[in-house]
Design a protein. Structure first.
Length: 536
């Protein structure tokens, strides 16, 4: 009897703390007065429809929750991630403001070739929604002002990567638009996307990789299989372009990506697999290289996510995803000899290459999300694969001296889940492994994913943090590795955002309402999330 009332008391305490927590979900702040709905919230009410409420200030986190319940925030760890974001951002502001990225050791700006020759404030645009989600109001407003006054491609004579510009700039701006309702972000997103359109003027409608924003002259990379376009690049436009059409009322963007879908759908596929290269002039596949890592990765991601983003209406996308994944699993999923680790190999013509890229580690989360969002005869098996892949990717971190994972790791008789070549041993602050921890945590509530995420935080602090920001490292197997002196914009956009969300309440950017683009910019789900803000 007494025992029962103690448990009843405990249960009600838990319920009370749960409701308080949900009430004070760590929400962002009201934004600029120019916003059409300046104080929209971005969390979902428990079990109900998404809330659009008025918030007055950044709430204090959830420090009063007595014990950690599955799905609730871990405030201390989350605050630590926020502090890391502040360190990365403040140093960028101090030493590289307006430049694309920061060199944290030499304390100056940096620009990778993907951004062309101009200073486009890539870190500002890419990192802004993370600031918003973390409730960093002052920094967010500072970034917003820069974008409003400086992000202008009109007088630039520079070649931009269509893919990178789309996922980081168009995606980042659209995410900020959805989160805040500030139409400046939507208009800037359209301004940028419009500059990419000349790249689609090819005989097949499959876009080139690079476009000159002044002249519109477009081309592919010389190294890409005789002038081919790359699957992961032209296959990773769908989410941003369909959403852009919906919020602007301009159908052109949706038309472009729907056409890409139809071209791909109609093509003969070797063994049902998608090669990484497609020639935009002839419409023929290039070299038969297949991968869920570099050059293939986010194409598969966008099939599943196009279906999710459409509120599960875009059945064609889900079918293509299911078919593509079934073939990848059939032909390329492997289990290692000794440690029985599951991994995706690459395939080159008919031969398997027993190597997995760090980039391919996002596939743990992807498979989990696919399995959880549609229950069928394979979903249980796919969830097991999701767990297996995420475990392997964790092993690739755990088997290094730094506890950070290499760019690629191999499976041979001599080694498993370790890099072999010098040029595979670096870590450039990439997010994919942490992304899978985050997604798998949300789906399974297995504490190990949070523990693994925390291991990564400790390793980042030990090996990548310097007084001027965060740097990549050149060899994860050395105790004291050399640094590469680059703070990638995706460290702010993805790595830190996923870590923050890993230690947050599930209702913050709920999977019921949002889908992440491949750069971790959340886009609202149509028909479900009122922040979709369709143009009427
Ligand atoms: C990011 O720009 C995106 O996640 C992209 O899909 C792959 N590479 C980087 C991060 O590693």
């Amino acid at each position: 009897m007494a025992l029962r009332s103690v448990s009843a008391l405990l249960a009600s305490l838990v319920l009370v703390s749960l409701s308080i927590t949900l009430l004070f979900r760590s929400l962002p702040f009201p934004i600029m007065a120019s916003s059409s709905s300046a104080s929209d919230r971005i969390s979902r009410s428990e079990g109900g429809s998404p809330s659009v409420e008025t918030s007055t200030a950044t709430p204090p986190g959830v420090g009063f929750v007595p014990t950690l319940l599955p799905g609730l925030a871990d405030p201390e760890k989350r605050d630590k991630i926020k502090e890391m974001m502040k360190h990365a951002w403040d140093n960028y502001v101090r030493y590289a403001w307006g430049k694309n990225e920061l060199r944290p050791m030499s304390r100056r700006g940096h620009s990778a070739s993907i951004f062309g020759s101009a200073a486009l404030g890539a870190t500002i645009v890419d990192g802004l929604d993370t600031l918003y989600i973390m409730g960093m109001e002052e920094e967010f407003n500072q970034g917003r002002e820069w974008i409003a006054n400086n992000l202008d491609l009109n007088n630039m004579n520079s070649d931009l990567s269509v893919f990178e510009t789309n996922i980081r700039f168009v995606g980042g701006l659209l995410s900020c638009y959805a989160l805040t309702g500030d139409v400046m972000f939507r208009d800037k997103a359209e301004h940028v996307a419009e500059k990419l359109l000349p790249a689609f003027k090819t005989p097949t409608g499959i876009p080139y990789a690079l476009v000159n924003v002044r002249t519109g002259a477009s081309k592919n990379y010389g190294w890409a299989s005789g002038g081919a376009s790359i699957l992961s690049e032209f296959g990773t436009l769908h989410l941003e372009f369909t959403y852009l059409s919906d919020v602007t009322g301009n159908p052109i963007y949706r038309q472009k990506v729907e056409h890409i879908r139809q071209v791909l759908r109609g093509m003969e596929k070797p063994r049902g697999l998608y090669p990484n290269y497609l020639n935009p002039k002839t419409g023929k596949w290039g070299q038969n290289h297949m991968s869920i890592g570099a050059l293939g990765d986010s194409f598969y991601e966008y099939l599943l996510k196009a279906w999710l983003q459409s509120g599960k209406e875009d059945l064609e996308a889900r079918e293509m995803y299911d078919e593509a994944l079934a073939r990848l699993i059939q032909h390329m999923l492997q289990v290692s000899q000794r440690s029985k680790l599951m991994y995706f190999s690459d395939m080159k013509f008919d031969r398997l290459e027993h190597k997995m890229d760090h980039l391919a580690c996002f596939s743990g989360g992807l498979l989990g999300l696919g399995a959880q969002s549609l229950k069928n005869e394979v979903s249980e098996r796919y969830m097991d694969i999701a767990k297996g892949i995420t475990n392997t990717c964790h092993e690739s971190y755990d088997r290094s001296a730094t506890k950070l994972g290499p760019e690629s790791f191999r499976f041979t008789e001599a080694l498993e889940a370790k890099a072999m070549k010098t040029n595979e041993k670096y870590y450039i602050l990439r997010p994919e492994v942490i992304e899978s921890y985050f997604v798998m945590w949300r789906l399974t509530k297995d504490q190990k994913y949070r523990d693994w995420g925390w291991e990564a935080v400790e390793a980042l602090e030990k090996h990548c943090r310097v007084s001027g920001g965060y740097s990549g490292i050149k060899n994860v197997y050395l105790e004291d590795p050399q640094k590469d002196d680059v703070q990638q914009s995706f460290f702010l956009a993805e790595t830190l955002k996923y870590l923050y969300l890993l230690f947050s309440d599930d209702s913050l950017i709920s999977f019921d309402d949002w889908v992440f683009n491949t750069e971790a910019h959340p886009l609202p789900i149509k028909g479900v999330n009122p922040l979709y803000r369709e143009f009427v």
